[in-house]
Design a protein around this ligand. Structure first.
Ligand SMILES: [Zn+2]
Ligand SMILES: [Zn+2]
Length: 258
């Protein structure tokens, strides 16, 4: 028996032909990148290990980085050891450890007061340190109030990644609505925590400009809401860690939510 709903279905598919991935892929090919997804384990690791939260490498000549607003020790969100990156990405940000600190002090509302969603906020710190092992004097336990459980990064899994329609347009590729919809359905750019790839922008394309040379900074890492960190950026926002290619000491974390 002919079902009336099937007639409607057929009509709909005729009037807006479904885009197919095999025909879209060649159009995107030159903008394909590899994104690396961290494999993690909830465990304490040594101070130079790559990790989310926990205890990072701190030198004997410094104190744990504190927030400029509340003066409390900031959460370690991420530490990446350049020796533990995927083999092809070893020179990504320079030698040593990239560290991301972020104040999660709700009593003082540092995130809001310091507008931590913008790059270079006073309640965040992103830096690369290259300490010799003899100067590392990290505490055994995190001094952060309500420190998140540590997750050690024990490996990486690669996936192909593509930019969103807006970023593609900036690159000179204009997609049809059906092609943009398909890209969205395929979940590109990929969400979740990842190294490199293309940023999953919740709002528009927002690479911070380097304060030294004004050039848009480059994506290093994406930290998504509640993936490896039990933390939500605003309302299911997504954060990006970026670095200037010419000025390696210019690094930032920034995020947006809908
Ligand atoms: Zn603070
Ligand atoms: Zn620069």
């Amino acid at each position: 028996m002919m079902n009336i709903f099937n007639i409607f279905k057929k009509k709909e598919s005729e009037s807006s032909p479904k885009e197919n991935w095999e025909s879209l892929k060649p159009i995107l090919e030159s903008h394909r990148r590899v994104a690396w997804f961290p494999n993690t384990l909830e465990k304490a690791s040594n101070p130079t290990s790559s990790k989310f939260s926990g205890v990072p490498a701190i030198s004997r000549d410094e104190k744990w980085p504190c927030c400029s607003n509340c003066n409390e020790p900031m959460q370690l969100f991420l530490q990446l050891n350049s020796q533990e990156l995927p083999a092809t990405e070893k020179n990504l940000f320079g030698e040593g450890m990239l560290q991301v600190f972020y104040c999660t002090n709700w009593d003082k509302e540092c995130e809001v007061n310091c507008e931590a969603f913008f790059p270079f906020s006073k309640s965040t710190l992103v830096r690369v340190v290259d300490y010799k092992s003899e100067v590392i004097a990290s505490p055994d336990l995190s001094p952060v109030k309500d420190a998140f459980p540590e997750r050690q990064i024990i490996g990486w899994e690669s996936k192909e990644d593509y930019p969103n329609w807006e970023e593609l347009e900036n690159l000179g590729v204009t997609l049809t609505d059906a092609q943009s919809d398909l890209l969205c359905d395929m979940e590109y750019p990929l969400p979740k925590d990842k190294l490199l790839g293309w940023p999953y922008w919740v709002q528009g394309v927002e690479y911070p400009d380097c304060p030294e040379c004004g050039t848009p900074m480059k994506l290093i890492f994406q930290i998504d809401s509640e993936d490896n960190l039990p933390y939500m950026f605003g309302d299911v926002g997504c954060s990006h860690i970026t670095q200037c290619e010419s000025h390696k000491d210019k690094l930032a974390i920034a995020w947006a939510c809908s």
